[in-house]
Design a binder for this molecule. Structure first.
Ligand SMILES: *Cc1c(COP(=O)(O)O)cnc(C)c1O
Length: 876
């Protein structure tokens, strides 16, 4: 069969149906139910068979059916109407355009002309299997929300020929992987054409004179173009073709090449795209995780080509770059062998020519305490190449600041310039059509959903109607689960006669708990099995039974994860409980949709604080599900005591076995004593009043927060806008600002060893200070070769904790107050607002209006000798 040559027959639509092709080619159908209805009308059975993929549907429809539809006037009118709606959606002014107008009217800086968003994976629809988990889903939701908000964004990624793997089970319940090949001709993407119609191409040099050329596929995500780079074509050597074979497949070197293509080739693709289409040129570049970090190097090269030196170019690139970190564990970070990076980026045919090798390698060097000198760390480079950085929930922001503290020695973790923007989800992708219809009926103006008011109106819905809707969604899940279960058992070798029980598996009336996620060990897929007997009792409870629907993929190289899946599968194979606990293979967006819509309770029990954010529970909440979760990621921030349940964690317990035991028992207790009783407590009309109250409270308290539009607005207002402002300042007048800033930093770094704090005292330090009073702080400072305007002198004052450190100190700037010769005197007064054992200290930091915060450079001078710091004042 090897002799077979593939070719693709493109569907040619009859003229009256041409707009159908345009509708299929824009992924807006993935979140626009009326457009999907038009496709369903082409042929409901084919639509189902095509898994809701319009490109496949049109390919399968056949010329006769299409010809008939072309003559069906009501149908062509519907198609024309849907196409007009898409055109309006793409053209009409939205939030961004209104914000831009307001900014102009108020004389504020304009919002960024465009933002380029780089990610190694995108979860946009199950028809485009280019994602493995939460990171990709988040990237997909980010693009869709940017589109809804009218934010001009260009996405950049890779087109993997095998995407992520499809999962099935062996008869023994072991995970099996297959990698169906993706043919871009059958995907909702189109080729970017170059001059004279040939495919547009970008190329990156590789070691040994190899050249890696990528073609560019454009995927239309509403208003947002997503550029997908594809190395699998005849212009590349077989080795280079393999670069875009699989998502997260292969080891170090393979992955390094993927990331070089994404970052370096990606910037080149953005340039080419803007040139060919007139799309606004991005002012801000967003690295979604370190995988995209190499984009910074290409941007440095561009600025050097423009005439800047390396340091100046780094400043110019940093100012317009945002970096988001997504992992709370060092093992989750991409680290490459330094030598490998040198070979690719600073060897004889470097991917990014013209950069000084030592400086380039220093950007990713782990030169902090405990770092590995042989390693090039992508997150470290991300933090150095982006002036603005963030984690993905409040807790994860704090965890990230501790994790990267070594990069800013001399500062407390809370001071690090790593902010937090909590993730969100794209409602129209994840919320059931029934729920969307109900919401639209009660709140015609969808703009009201940005605040609690709109949600309050939704919860004014009739309770019987709300409960009926939950029942419809649960029943649909049960039906879908049975279908998938049957297919899975067939694949595991069971014959039809053995599978009669599947018709009775799960019960549309029983409290349904969902648990679906990737299977790294920290997510603890099998925590619920700690006491198998107790779990069985919960499942089989005579009056208040629960049923659990489970899904998840283990990374192909993760044997431990596969063992966990096998344990769960085996437990569910037991005829005593197989109707109440099911594992459904091949967790993807389609299955996730059914689960988050149909489950009453969404369970999450990670090992705190290892879940950076998590988003599946947000999807469940928007559908009227209740979260039952360890207080980790987003749930730590937004659980309010009555919008679901928090599983208590045994944070301080060192022994992991004991910790799992404690937390598992807390979980059983909650399900048995709180969750199930609430669900089964019905009034005379059969309604669970108190349950519905909790659902309503969930919608009002979480609805406005968990939206990805809230998240993208936050990125825009808190990070993109600042990055655009900084970048404009540095680039104006032939990049005068970048030259000035780089020169200033050089001078300050060189002169910093001369900065000293000679003496510190407080006025009236002997008398007992009182709350409500003030403390006058004086410091004598030597600046060496630096000027007073280069520094900020500040006093930190606050309570002293057991470790002799200041707790959340207040910083008060000290102002120049005379002095003689090289000795400068600084003075300021600090309010004394809290009683107890307090302390203060003084420090000198670099100051420049273009730093985002004084910590940015990592330089600080403190009193010398250190004992002068603490006069140990006690407030009464
Ligand atoms: C939402 C989603 C995720 C992320 O969910 P977590 O809560 O982070 O585990 C992963 N995979 C799929 C298919 C999803 O839809």
């Amino acid at each position: 069969m090897k002799a077979i040559r593939r070719f693709t027959v493109r569907t040619v639509l009859p003229e009256p149906l041409a707009p159908l092709g345009r509708l299929a080619a824009n992924l807006r159908w993935a979140w626009h139910a009326p457009t999907r209805e038009v496709f369903r009308a082409v042929d409901p059975d084919l639509w189902r068979a095509a898994g809701g993929d319009p490109v496949r549907l049109l390919g399968d429809a056949g010329a006769d059916r299409l010809a008939a539809l072309a003559g069906d006037a009501p149908f062509t009118a519907r198609v024309a109407e849907a196409a007009a709606d898409l055109d309006a959606y793409r053209a009409e002014p939205r939030w961004y355009q209104r914000a831009a107008e307001e900014a102009a009217a108020a004389g504020r800086e304009a919002p960024p002309a465009a933002v380029a968003y780089f990610s190694a994976e995108y979860g946009l629809t199950s028809a485009l299997p280019q994602y493995s988990g939460g990171l990709g889903i988040l990237a997909g939701d980010h693009l869709k929300s940017a589109s809804d908000l009218g934010l001009p964004m260009v996405g950049v990624g890779l087109l993997y020929r095998h995407g992520y793997f499809a999962q099935t089970l062996s008869p023994e319940g072991w995970q099996l992987e297959s990698y169906p090949e993706v043919d871009p001709e059958g995907l909702p993407v189109s080729r970017l054409a170059g001059a004279e119609g040939a495919p547009a191409e970008v190329a990156v040099d590789m070691p040994d004179g190899e050249r890696l050329a990528a073609r560019i596929w454009v995927c239309r995500v509403g208003r947002v173009p997503l550029l997908l780079l594809d190395a699998m074509h005849e212009g590349n050597s077989p080795q280079m073709r393999a670069v875009t074979d699989r998502l997260y497949g292969g080891g170090g070197e393979h992955r390094l090449r993927q990331e070089i293509l994404l970052g370096v080739g990606g910037v080149r693709a953005v340039r080419l795209y803007c040139e060919r289409t007139g799309h606004p040129v991005p002012e801000v570049f967003h690295m979604n995780e370190g995988h995209a970090g190499f984009l910074g190097l290409e941007r440095v090269r561009e600025y050097m080509e423009y005439g800047l030196g390396f340091d100046e170019a780094v400043e110019a690139a940093r100012a317009g770059t945002v970096f988001t970190t997504h992992t709370p564990v060092p093992a989750g970070i991409d680290r490459f062998a330094r030598e490998s990076v040198r070979r690719h980026l600073a060897g004889p045919s470097p991917a990014v020519p013209g950069l000084p090798a030592d400086r380039l390698l220093a950007l990713g060097a782990e030169d902090h305490d405990g770092g590995d000198p042989g390693v090039f760390n992508m997150a470290v480079m991300g933090l150095r190449m982006a002036q603005r950085a963030n984690g993905v929930s409040r807790l994860h922001g704090a965890v990230s600041r501790s994790m990267f503290q070594g990069l800013w020695p001399g500062f407390d973790a809370d001071e690090l310039p790593i902010a937090a923007v909590t993730n969100g989800v794209h409602a129209r992708t994840w919320v059931a059509e029934e729920a969307q219809e109900l919401a639209a009926r009660l709140v015609p103006d969808s703009g009201e959903f940005t605040g609690p008011e709109g949600w309050r109106k939704v919860t004014g819905a009739d309770e019987a109607e709300l409960w009926h809707m939950r029942g419809v969604l649960r029943t649909r899940l049960v039906e879908e689960a049975r279908e998938r279960l049957r297919a899975s058992w067939r694949a595991r070798g069971a014959g039809a006669p053995e599978l009669g029980w599947v018709d009775e598996a799960l019960d549309p009336e029983v409290l349904t708990i969902g648990f679906a996620r990737r299977v790294p060990s920290y997510k603890r897929l099998t925590l619920m099995l700690r006491d198998a007997e107790r779990l069985r009792r919960l499942l089989l409870h005579p009056d208040r039974p629960v049923q659990i629907v489970i899904a998840g993929k283990a990374h192909p190289a993760d044997e431990g994860g596969k063992r966990l899946i096998q344990e769960i599968v085996r437990f569910g194979d037991d005829p005593r409980v197989r109707h109440r606990l099911v594992f459904l293979p091949d967790y993807d967006m389609a299955l996730a949709t059914a689960l988050v819509q149909g489950c009453d309770v969404w369970l999450n029990n990670p090992l705190r604080p290892l879940e950076a954010s998590g988003t599946s529970g947000m999807k469940s909440a928007l559908n009227g599900g209740l979260n039952l979760s360890v207080r980790d990621g987003w749930w730590d921030e937004w659980f309010d005591g009555s919008n679901g349940w928090a599983i208590p964690t045994a944070d301080g317990v060192e022994d992991p076995e004991r910790r799992d035991d404690l937390e598992a028992h807390a979980l059983y207790d909650l399900v048995e004593n709180r969750v199930a009783p609430l669900f089964y407590d019905r009034d005379a009309a059969g309604l669970p009043k108190r349950w519905l109250e909790m659902v309503k409270h969930t919608l009002v308290s979480l609805g406005p927060k968990v939206l990805a539009t809230r998240m993208v607005r936050e990125y825009t207002e808190r990070l993109y806008q600042g990055a655009a402002d900084s970048s404009r300042h540095l680039l104006a007048d032939g990049a005068a600002g970048a030259r000035e800033l780089a020169g200033w930093k050089r001078r300050v770094r060189a002169g910093w060893s001369g900065v000293r704090i000679q003496h510190v005292d407080v006025a009236g330090g002997q008398e007992a200070p009182q709350v409500g009073g003030e403390l006058a702080v004086h410091a004598t400072v030597v600046l060496g070769g630096l000027e007073p305007r280069d520094v900020r002198v500040e006093a930190l004052i606050g309570r002293v904790d057991e470790g002799d450190r200041l707790e959340e100190p207040l910083a008060v700037e000290l102002k120049p107050d005379g002095g003689e010769g090289a000795l400068l005197r600084y003075t300021g007064t600090a309010p004394l607002s809290r009683a107890g054992a307090c302390g203060y200290t003084v420090r000198v930091l670099p100051h420049h209006p273009r730093l985002t915060c004084p910590v940015e450079m990592g330089l600080v001078a403190v009193p010398d000798p250190p004992q002068a710091m603490d006069d140990g004042i006690v407030l009464r």
